[in-house]
Design a protein around this ligand. Structure first.
Ligand SMILES: *[C@@H]1O[C@H](CO)[C@@H](O)[C@H](O)[C@H]1NC(C)=O
Ligand SMILES: *[C@@H]1O[C@H](CO)[C@@H](O)[C@H](O)[C@H]1NC(C)=O
Ligand SMILES: *[C@@H]1O[C@H](CO)[C@@H](O)[C@H](O)[C@H]1NC(C)=O
Length: 361
C-alpha cells in the first residue's frame, strides 16, 4: 500500500479505533478511561436508538419518560428507549467523555459551557421531514439546532474561529436514522427500490449539509432488521422468524448506504466515516446470542408477555432477567447495545473506517 494513501483524517479514525481497542472490554461505570485527545466531542443526530432524552421535552406523550425505561440506568427513566445504556453511552465511556446530554434538557448557560458534545436525536424522527414531524425533532430541525449551537454557544468556548473549526472537524458525529421513514403514520411498513433510492439521496443531502457546517468525521449505522422486531416476528410463521420481505426491502437501503458514504468521501475533502452494521449485528445475535447469555431472540422483555400489542406501557413489568433478551421493547436492550459497542469498538467486526484518498489510483 502506498503510504501517501493514508491521509491524516484516515489515520485519526484508525487511531480512534485503536484507542478504543486498547481499552479493557469492561464498560462498567468504575472503568477509568483515558481521554484520547483526538476526539474532543461527540454530537448525535437521529432516532430512538440514540435519543438520550430530547423527546421528554416535546409536547408529546413520550413513554420512555416512565419506568421501566431506564430501570438499569441508575433505576430511573431518562428518555432513553431502552432499559439502560445506548450505544452512544458506550461510545462516550470509551472516549473518556461524559454522557452526551440531550439538547433540549440544557439551559442557555449549560449550552454555553459544553465542549464534549450534545445530543439532538429524537425518537420517531427519520431522514425525511414528513416522518413524524409533529411528534419528534426531524433531522432537519436537529441540524438547525446544531447550527444554532455553532452560532450562539460554541463561540463562547473558543478564542477564535480556527479553534472552533478545529473542534468541529475533530469531533465525531453519530447519525442513526432511516428506520422510521419506512413506517407510515399508521404503522405499516413501506419500502421499495424507488423509495429507498430517494431516501438515500435525501440522506446524502443532509450529510452534506452537516459537512458544510465544518464536520468531517461521521459515525453512521445502517438500519436495523425491522422484520425481526417483536411485533413482526410474532406474526411470522413459524412464530419468531423474521419477516424476510421487510428485511429484504431494508437490505436494499443498507447495501447502498456504504456506496453513498464512499461517494461523499470522494467528493468532499477530508470527509471520513465509520460505517456500523447494526443490521448484521442484530441478525447475528439471533444465532450467537447464547454465547453472551441471551436466550430470547424475539420476544420483548417489556411487556413480559406477548399478548396484546407488544408495547411497553408505563409501569409494565419487565422480564425477570433483562440481560437474556435481544429486545427490551421494540428497541434493543442494554445487553444488545453493549455487545454492539464491543464488536464495533474493540473487535471491529461490524464497524469499518473509511478508506482514503481516491485520487491515488
Ligand atoms: C401536523 O401539524 C400540522 C400543523 O400543526 C397539521 O396541519 C397537520 O395536520 C399535523 N399532521 C398530523 C399527521 O398530525
Ligand atoms: C483538509 O485538511 C487539511 C489538513 O488538516 C486542511 O489544511 C484543509 O483545510 C482541510 N480542507 C477542508 C475542506 O476541510
Ligand atoms: C401494560 O400496561 C398496560 C397499560 O397500563 C396494561 O393494559 C397491560 O395489561 C400491561 N401489560 C402487562 C403485560 O403487564
Amino acid at each position: 500500500m502506498n503510504t501517501k494513501e493514508l491521509s491524516l483524517p484516515y489515520i485519526l479514525i484508525i487511531t480512534l479505533l485503536l484507542l478504543l481497542a486498547s481499552h479493557s472490554n469492561s464498560y462498567n461505570q468504575n472503568h477509568t478511561p483515558t481521554n484520547p485527545k483526538q476526539i474532543p466531542a461527540v454530537y448525535v443526530f437521529g432516532d430512538s436508538l440514540v435519543d438520550s432524552g430530547n423527546n421528554n421535552y416535546l409536547p408529546i406523550e413520550s413513554y420512555a419518560k416512565f419506568p421501566p425505561y431506564g430501570i438499569d440506568f441508575g433505576g430511573k427513566p431518562t428518555g432513553r428507549y431502552t432499559n439502560g445504556k445506548t450505544v452512544v453511552d458506550y461510545l462516550a465511556i470509551h472516549l473518556g467523555l461524559p454522557f452526551i446530554p440531550p439538547y433540549l434538557s440544557l439551559t442557555k448557560m449549560q449550552r454555553n459551557k459544553i465542549k464534549t458534545g450534545i445530543n439532538f436525536a429524537s425518537a420517531g424522527s427519520g431522514i425525511l421531514s414528513e416522518t413524524n414531524n409533529n411528534h419528534s425533532l426531524t433531522l432537519d430541525k436537529q441540524i438547525k439546532l446544531f447550527e444554532k449551537v455553532i452560532k450562539n454557544n460554541l463561540p463562547n468556548l473558543f478564542d477564535d474561529k480556527e479553534k472552533l473549526e478545529r473542534h468541529l472537524s475533530e469531533s465525531l458525529f453519530v447519525v442513526s436514522t432511516g428506520l422510521n421513514d419506512h413506517f407510515t403514520a399508521t404503522g405499516n411498513f413501506q419500502g421499495s427500490r424507488k423509495f429507498d433510492s430517494c431516501l438515500l439521496k435525501e440522506f446524502s443531502l443532509r450529510i452534506q449539509k452537516i459537512y458544510g457546517l465544518g464536520v468531517r468525521r461521521f459515525f453512521v449505522n445502517n438500519i436495523a432488521p425491522a422484520g425481526c422486531f417483536p411485533s413482526m416476528a410474532a406474526k411470522s410463521r413459524p412464530r419468531g422468524e423474521c419477516n424476510e420481505k421487510i428485511n429484504r426491502a431494508i437490505s436494499f437501503y443498507n447495501n447502498h448506504l456504504p456506496n453513498v458514504l464512499q461517494k461523499l468521501q470522494s467528493q468532499l475533502p477530508n470527509f471520513t466515516f465509520i460505517h456500523a452494521n447494526l443490521y448484521e449485528h442484530l441478525i447475528e445475535l439471533r444465532t450467537t446470542g447464547y454465547k453472551y447469555g441471551i436466550s430470547e431472540i424475539w420476544k420483548p422483555c417489556c411487556p413480559n408477555s406477548i399478548s396484546g400489542d407488544l408495547k411497553c406501557y408505563p409501569y409494565n413489568a419487565t422480564c425477570p432477567n433483562r440481560n437474556t433478551h435481544i429486545f427490551f421493547d421494540v428497541h434493543p436492550s442494554q445487553i444488545t447495545n453493549h455487545i454492539y459497542a464491543r464488536h464495533c469498538f474493540i473487535e471491529k467486526r461490524i464497524c469499518r473506517a473509511s478508506r482514503c484518498c481516491t485520487n491515488a489510483n
